[in-house]
Design a binder for this molecule. Structure first.
Ligand code: GAR
Length: 211
């Protein structure tokens, strides 16, 4: 891998499902807006994830690392760690990644892992709050405003420092699916690529200071 560029952070995007957030990142990169980063790897926790097809269509290497197949959290994280080293990853973006990462893993990448969460943290977040469930709970509670958050990942689920948030209105006849789509369109797909560029830029700048 002698063609490693010094002016771009090497990004791995972790996914588990449809991958619309991955697509937003790919599109942002194609538009030339990801100036300080390059998506070099997509890691899926699920071999069936449509996100893997999105990666292939964009010419990005995709690999599956399945906890179910590996049997334990330690084996799962060891395989992830080996993939990060093999592809010389600087920065990890969790884009609809449905597996929890332990402190063992996250502590190896301080301020180098970000996540998009489909609510305004600290509402509707933490263990058990993922995907559609977040929107079901928001509707059940009766909130009038929800949104999305991009944050750094540490050992506390959804507990790391917030990078960006955007509010989205809840409408009267919303179903969880309709609300999920609005939160993605109005918030997630905008915030995540912007945050990926912001963090990549910092990583490249810090690299410059090390010399
Ligand atoms: C997104 O709404 C993302 O915020 C959420 O899962 C969905 C994945 O969609 N993530 C979580 O709930 C993580 N706690 P996608 O695969 O189409 O990007």
């Amino acid at each position: 891998m002698s063609d490693v560029r010094k002016d771009k952070a090497r990004i791995a995007v972790f996914v588990s499902g449809g991958g619309t957030n991955l697509q937003a990142l790919i599109d942002y990169q194609k538009e030339g807006k990801l100036k300080h980063g390059e998506i070099v790897l997509v890691v899926s926790s699920n071999p069936e994830a449509y996100a893997l097809e999105r990666a292939a269509n964009a010419g990005i290497t995709g690999v599956t690392v399945s906890k179910k197949e590996l049997g334990s959290q330690a084996a799962f994280e060891e395989k992830l760690f080996r993939a990060m080293n093999k592809y010389r990853i600087d920065f990890i973006v969790l884009a609809g990644f449905m597996s929890i990462l332990s402190a063992d893993f996250t502590s190896r990448y301080p301020r180098r892992i970000i996540n998009v969460h489909p609510a305004l943290i600290p509402s509707f977040c933490g263990k058990g709050y993922y995907g559609l469930k977040v929107h079901e709970e928001a509707l059940k509670y009766g909130v009038k405003v929800t949104g999305a958050t991009v944050h750094y990942v540490n050992e506390i689920p959804d507990g790391g420092e917030i990078i960006y948030q955007k509010a989205v209105k809840v409408k009267k006849h919303d179903t969880p699916e309709i609300l999920q789509r609005r939160v993605m369109e109005e918030a997630e797909w905008k915030l995540l690529p912007k945050a990926a560029e912001k963090v990549s830029k910092r990583i490249v700048r810090e690299r410059g200071k090390d010399k």
